[in-house]
Design a protein around this ligand. Structure first.
Ligand code: SF4
Ligand code: SF4
Length: 191
């Protein structure tokens, strides 16, 4: 008998868990809302929703509120929450998953450096196979004041003169193979 195709659209929590399919942690639906992750998070004070609350919001299907939250963009990837979660949920990877999801869906809060920087980073490495600081810097430098901008420009010039930053972006061999691989992971179509 031919197996039936399940065309049911996954729930928001299901979509997020699909993004985390390769992560070695328990599903976020096993969260018992103990708050250990929030209590241990050094960045919680900058987040509009703590990690614990964000997980509750995902499980409740509050997609719009989750996607407009700054929480994942303020995650410092310290992994303290992950090692302390009594339910074995990889919360740090969840934050990465949310970033990927919001970039793919082009749904992220305005005025944050993180989304712009992440997208610029992917586009930069797609062009040459390597990160190139002068291009990356343009994604966030203008959000600072004139004084910081001038200071950063001086620092970059010094680094270039000392040969720490190349004048032109370096290029890897077999770039096309690399691009194909990255596009499978990060489907930024116009990159
Ligand atoms: S530490 Fe784990 S179980 Fe506790 S609230 Fe955070 S994610 Fe849920
Ligand atoms: S990995 Fe992110 S969410 Fe977890 S404790 Fe560190 S900063 Fe907070």
């Amino acid at each position: 008998m031919t197996p039936s195709v399940n065309s049911t659209k996954p729930s928001f929590a299901g979509e997020i868990m699909n993004v985390l399919h390769a992560v070695d942690g328990n599903p976020i639906t096993t969260c018992m809302q103990c708050g250990t992750c929030s209590g241990t998070c050094p960045a919680a004070g900058f987040m509009d929703h703590t990690p614990r609350r964000l997980i509750a919001m995902i499980n409740a299907g509050l997609k719009e509120r989750v996607m407009s939250s700054n929480t994942c963009w303020y995650c410092a990837s310290c992994y303290q929450c992950t090692v302390r979660c009594p339910r074995g949920i990889d919360i740090a990877e969840l934050m990465y998953g949310l970033k990927r999801y919001s970039i793919w869906r082009k749904q992220h809060p305005e005025g944050l450096i993180g989304p712009v920087f992440s997208e610029t980073f992917v586009k930069t490495i797609l062009r040459s196979g390597r990160s190139y600081e002068p291009v990356l810097a343009t994604s966030y430098l203008f959000t600072y004041g004139v004084q910081d901008f001038i200071q950063e420009a001086f620092t970059a010039t010094e680094l270039m003169l000392k040969g720490r930053i190349p004048l032109l972006p370096p290029r890897i061999k077999r770039l096309e193979n690399f691009k194909r691989m990255i596009r499978r992971i990060v489907p930024i179509a116009d990159a």
